[in-house]
Write a protein that binds this ligand. Structure first.
Ligand code: MUC
Ligand code: MG
Length: 366
């Protein structure tokens, strides 16, 4: 089996409402669909969400990187040779989301060729996982309304709360969430580097009072000594996300004492490097959680497959609900959240079908 064509198709799907966090906001799913076809007629897909505040990528840069840098390396390669392809693609630095989507599309092809779903190829740790919902910044009452709806309607019992603005406002939101949702739900927090080190130290202690279980990216990790001070003072584990975006970066961050747990995202490390990161962390006794890059429906299917494939990831609620912000997408069958759980697709590869009419409607390149 050899790769014949590699396409990067920019899409624009409206959101029901914007989603805000300390480092930016999204108002539409302006994702890039990566489509790889083989000489025997298989078609694999991956989704790249542009996140300039995290990786410096835009939809246009992802399209250009896939088309001009990565496609020439991929064409003619055997999708099963993922380690060789990984090494060849690594000659280009950065472009994390573009690279992640390519890796997802390759696993989709391999799964189809083997007649097996990706989560089975990855290790088949579970058939479904508990879902966690990421609550965007808003007024405390807006944040509570979002969480209560997810709890009532979808049975979700784990919430990542966006914080990192004004600490008084952040604590008011967390206090309200704890009061409305009760003690049985898990709350963890993500500041997206919004605080300075001193504020983050105070925040970690106050959040622990509300039984918040983890604190993601409290302050910039590049504030090297400041971050170490936060890690040393925080009563709850500090999670690396945008400061730990590569395998080597995760190792460095853990060894330097910048993070104590790691958010793993298919959108930036695909399946191949995500699994390597999980293995590294497992060996070190470091918790890994599947994060959400504000994924669309395809990215959500991929994140669920990763979590169901790896035992260390299937243990913690997985961030797979933010696709519900989208008004639509290009899949024939959207993901579902039932009784607070997300199930792996059972079809070969990612088990998804792209709706050609929706693709024609939402693509913005013609
Ligand atoms: C997260 O966990 O930080 C927000 C921005 C981004 O790049 O990812 C999201 C979620
Ligand atoms: Mg984060």
């Amino acid at each position: 089996m050899k790769i014949d064509t590699v396409e990067a198709i920019p899409l624009a799907v409206p959101y029901r409402r914007p989603f805000a966090f300390a480092s930016g906001q999204v108002t539409a799913a302006d994702h890039v669909l990566v489509r790889i076809t083989t000489d025997d007629g298989l078609v694999g897909h991956g989704e790249a969400p542009p996140r300039p505040y995290t990786y410096g990528e835009t939809a246009a840069s992802i399209v250009a990187a896939v088309r001009d840098l990565f496609a020439p390396v991929l064409i003619g390669a055997d999708p099963f040779a993922r380690e060789r392809i990984r090494a060849d693609l690594a000659r280009t630095v950065a472009n994390n989301a573009a690279r992640g989507a390519i890796d997802v599309a390759l696993w989709d092809l391999v799964g189809q060729a083997c007649g097996q779903p990706v989560h089975v190829l990855l290790g088949h740790a579970a058939d479904d996982v508990a879902a966690a919902h990421m609550i965007g910044l808003g007024t405390p009452s807006e944040m509570v309304a979002d969480a209560v709806e997810m709890n009532d309607r979808y049975g979700v019992e784990a919430f990542k709360v966006k914080v990192g603005r004004d600490l008084a406002h952040d604590l008011a939101a967390v206090r309200e969430l704890r009061r409305e949702l009760g003690d049985q739900v898990e709350l963890y927090a993500d500041a997206n580097r919004g605080w300075d080190a001193d504020t983050a130290v105070v925040a970690s202690r106050r959040l622990a009072d509300f039984h918040v279980t983890m604190l993601e990216e409290p302050n910039p990790a590049d504030d090297v000594l400041g971050r170490r001070r936060v890690v040393a003072a925080s009563p709850i584990p500090v999670v690396g996300d945008e400061s730990t975006i590569t395998l080597g970066g995760v190792a460095r961050s853990l060894l330097d004492g910048d993070a104590q747990a790691i958010s793993v995202k298919v959108a930036r490390t695909g399946f191949t490097d995500s699994a390597k990161i999980v293995g590294l962390c497992e060996g070190l006794g470091v918790t890994t959680v599947v994060g959400n890059q504000i994924d669309g429906m395809l990215g959500t299917v991929a994140s669920t497959a990763l979590a169901c494939g790896q035992r260390a990831l299937a243990r913690h609620p997985v961030e797979v609900t933010n696709f519900l912000l989208m008004t639509d997408d290009v899949l024939t069958e959207p993901p579902t959240i039932v009784d607070g759980r997300a199930a792996a697709r059972q079809g070969p590869g990612l088990g998804v079908t792209i709706d050609p009419d929706k693709l024609a409607h939402y693509r913005v390149d013609r």
